[in-house]
Design a binder for this molecule. Structure first.
Ligand code: FNR
Length: 426
């Protein structure tokens, strides 16, 4: 109503309303590496496309002549009433698309009461974001570092920042094979973009200082003096590759890197500790013992993993393909949802992301059993085009369309949605 009325009285939106037009405009605005980093997926981007076609195989079958004049789109999640089954998912390195980055997203999210999931790869620290959000809900997303101490520190900071839940992302223990980034020699973190949660962390700063001190240690008197050489830290293979790639493909990027205010030791420290590919189910108990926050596992696609997660005392799962950025040819998130929902059997909330572009998509995922969905790329495009206002508009559009689709399909509350609302058409 509000959106239509504003238009009638001459207000025109700052960013396109339809998802495709939104992305097209963001592409024109950003171009190059920033656009490719956000838009790109793993391998042939098969999963990224599948995440969309999965939605297209479901059709809503509207019901008529039911009083839908008063509707309630709210849902309950981890002790909070949310305005709709929608959160802003963790999206890292946002500074690539807009200087206000996470801060603009935090302000927009708070103005709508929609939870924001702070990314572990954020461009602005969680404390700075929390400071502009009042009592509005926020969660923290964790990448499991090789440093236990750093994990503990990040979790403690998330608690102190008022986060309602901890999302542990499991599908990115290593960065996926992303041809667009590989071709451009692009690794935002090597430019110091998206490492604010680290550089604002006392444990990380100590680790960086130790590394810098070790690099500055005097070289051994004679080449081959074993003890001295052992103390020299070695750059990780990933760091070397990134720097060689940059040097070859992007002199401009190298320049940017040289201008980066970040000491090289911080980038090196980040590259060596950001993730731990060796984590297993056995590690979950360690985390469980260290936080009172609900733990939500992100990147669960197999029903057996969902069942196991619940058995291990986890409080929720996010069915996600990381937007098709990790395992190319992995099952689409929406295709994985029904089996995961059945495996969980109502014991905990199941969330979904990957491919959500509209209010109708939200309704489809919720009808298939998702308690809520996470929005990803669309709000990043809104941010790119119009900062905080752009994010607010993109999110309001999804909320508005969800409310309208709910009512126009004959429903007045989210808990009335079930698979019966849909037919499979493909
Ligand atoms: C992400 N995603 C992500 N996930 C996460 O757990 N931590 C992170 O730091 C990031 N960073 C990130 C950056 C960019 C540029 C993108 C596009 C995505 C994944 C994100 O949370 C979510 O799973 C996907 O964005 C969902 O897919 P769609 O809807 O964007 O296609």
């Amino acid at each position: 109503d509000e959106v239509y009325r504003a238009g009638v009285y001459g207000h025109r939106p700052r960013v396109p309303t339809a998802a495709r037009a939104l992305q097209r405009r963001a592409r024109e605005r950003l171009g190059g590496r920033a656009y490719s980093y956000v838009a790109g997926g793993a391998g042939g981007e098969t999963t990224q496309r599948a995440n969309r076609t999965a939605f297209d195989r479901y059709a809503v079958v509207p019901r008529v002549l039911r009083d839908v004049s008063v509707r309630d789109t709210s849902v309950q999640l981890f002790g909070r009433r949310l305005p709709a089954p929608l959160l802003l998912g963790p999206v890292g390195a946002l500074e690539l698309v807009h200087p206000a980055a996470d801060l603009a997203v935090a302000r927009a999210a708070a103005s709508l009461g929609v939870p924001m999931v702070f990314s572990n790869q954020a461009s602005v620290s969680m404390e700075e974001c929390a400071a502009v959000m009042g009592s509005s809900p926020r969660w923290f997303q964790l990448y499991w570092s090789t440093s236990d101490e750093l994990v503990e520190s990040l979790v403690g900071r998330a608690e102190a920042s008022g986060c309602d839940a901890l999302v542990v992302t499991l599908d990115t223990t290593m960065l996926g094979w992303r041809p667009r980034d590989l071709d451009l020699g692009h690794l935002p973190f090597a430019l110091g973009k998206g490492i604010a949660q680290y550089t604002s962390d006392p444990v990380f700063r100590r680790l960086t200082e130790e590394r810098a001190a070790a690099s500055a240690a005097p070289a051994p008197a004679r080449p081959g003096a074993a003890a001295g050489r052992d103390r020299q830290p070695r750059p990780t293979l990933a760091a070397v590759r990134a720097l060689v790639g940059m040097a070859r493909a992007w002199p401009g990027q190298l320049l940017e890197n040289l201008r980066s205010p970040l000491p090289r030791a911080a980038v090196e420290t980040f590259l060596s500790i950001y993730s731990r590919p060796s984590i297993t189910w056995a590690d979950l108990a360690w985390l469980r013992a260290r936080t009172r926050l609900p733990i939500v596992l992100k990147g669960v696609l197999h029903p057996d993993d969902a069942r196991r997660a619940l058995d291990e005392g986890v409080d929720g799962v996010v069915v996600s393909t990381h937007g098709g950025r990790q395992v190319d040819r992995s099952i689409a998130a929406l295709d994985a949802l029904p089996d995961v929902v059945a495996a969980v059997g109502g014991r905990a909330p199941v969330l979904l992301d990957s491919g959500v572009r509209s209010g109708a998509d939200v309704l489809t995922a919720v009808a298939l059993g998702a308690r809520a969905v996470l929005l990803g790329r669309p709000f990043a495009w809104g941010l790119a085009l119009a900062g905080e206002e752009g994010v607010r508009q993109v999110v309001s559009d999804v909320l508005g369309e969800f409310d309208l689709t709910l009512g126009l399909s004959g429903h007045t509350a989210v808990d009335q949605l079930s698979p019966d609302v849909l037919r499979r058409v493909g």
